[in-house]
Design a binder for this molecule. Structure first.
Ligand code: ATP
Length: 232
């Protein structure tokens, strides 16, 4: 669905991503692992159109997209939910969700049903101001808002960051549920084990390069890999 061909991302003299290639398969969950500063966020931003490439190309559903502005990529169904959990604080949960659907032309009641079935807590808090939600609820809202645009490819940057262990489990289950509705997921996670348990395929980045890739199942079963790359 998404082919990343030898892309390089630079911030001035700093090379954050160096000629990496990845193949994100349709309807799967692909996870991007790696230590802090490995280049995971820079890769997602390049796919979303928020970082320029200094080398390489990106194809989505067979068409080259790396020169399209970010908003056109959103229209094509490529949506990034960034790490910062930015929601419109002075708007209610419901208003935030409506804002997520602004690129949609048809009715959005189906999307409301979907996000409330995945995140029932948000339904209970529909009229609450987003700024008063807990960190975990805000994360749910950020993802739910992204879903309102009906993405084909949903990119999530560290959705479990800062969540208590039981909420990490809930979050991973929600991501799996989203995927089961037909949305392709590209997930960046520090929480390697939880992510690999729901993923189909994984790439491991180290200082801007892909150092390892394979099926999630194979990675989880390889003791050397677990010790060397996934924190034991
Ligand atoms: P983290 O898990 O800490 O978010 P990451 O794997 O997502 O890490 P990136 O945020 O993509 O890594 O950063 C990759 C490299 O690029 C790092 O060395 C970082 O310092 C550098 N970098 C990222 N953003 C910028 C920027 N705006 N200006 C300069 N350097 C940057």
């Amino acid at each position: 669905m998404l082919e990343i061909k030898s892309i390089t991302v630079q911030y001035g003299p700093v090379i954050a991503v160096k000629e990496i290639s990845m193949d994100i398969r349709q309807k799967g969950i692909t996870v991007l692992l790696g230590a802090n500063g490995a280049g995971k966020t820079s890769t997602l931003m390049a796919i979303a159109g928020l970082n320029d490439l200094s080398h390489g190309s990106i194809f989505f559903e067979g068409k080259r997209i790396d020169r399209l502005p970010a908003y056109e990529r959103v229209r094509k169904g490529i949506v990034l939910c960034p790490e910062s959990r930015l929601v419109f604080q002075k708007m209610t949960v419901m208003e935030n969700l409506k804002a997520g659907a602004y690129t949609r032309k048809g009715g959005i009641s189906g999307e409301f049903d979907l996000v409330f079935s995945i995140f029932p807590k948000l339904k209970d808090r529909a009229k609450q101001l987003a700024g008063t939600l807990s960190g975990g609820e805000r994360q749910m809202l950020a993802i739910a808002r992204a879903l309102m645009s009906k993405p084909k490819l949903l990119m999530l940057d560290e959705p479990s960051m800062g969540l208590a262990p039981n909420l990490v489990v809930e979050m991973m289950a929600a991501i799996k549920q989203i995927n089961e509705t037909g949305v392709t997921v590209l997930l960046v996670e520090q929480n390697a084990f939880s992510a690999l348990k729901i993923a189909d395929y994984a790439y491991v980045l180290q200082t801007g390069k892909v150092v390892l890739e394979g099926s999630a199942e194979d990675l989880l079963q390889d003791k050397t890999i677990v010790e060397q790359y996934l924190g034991g």
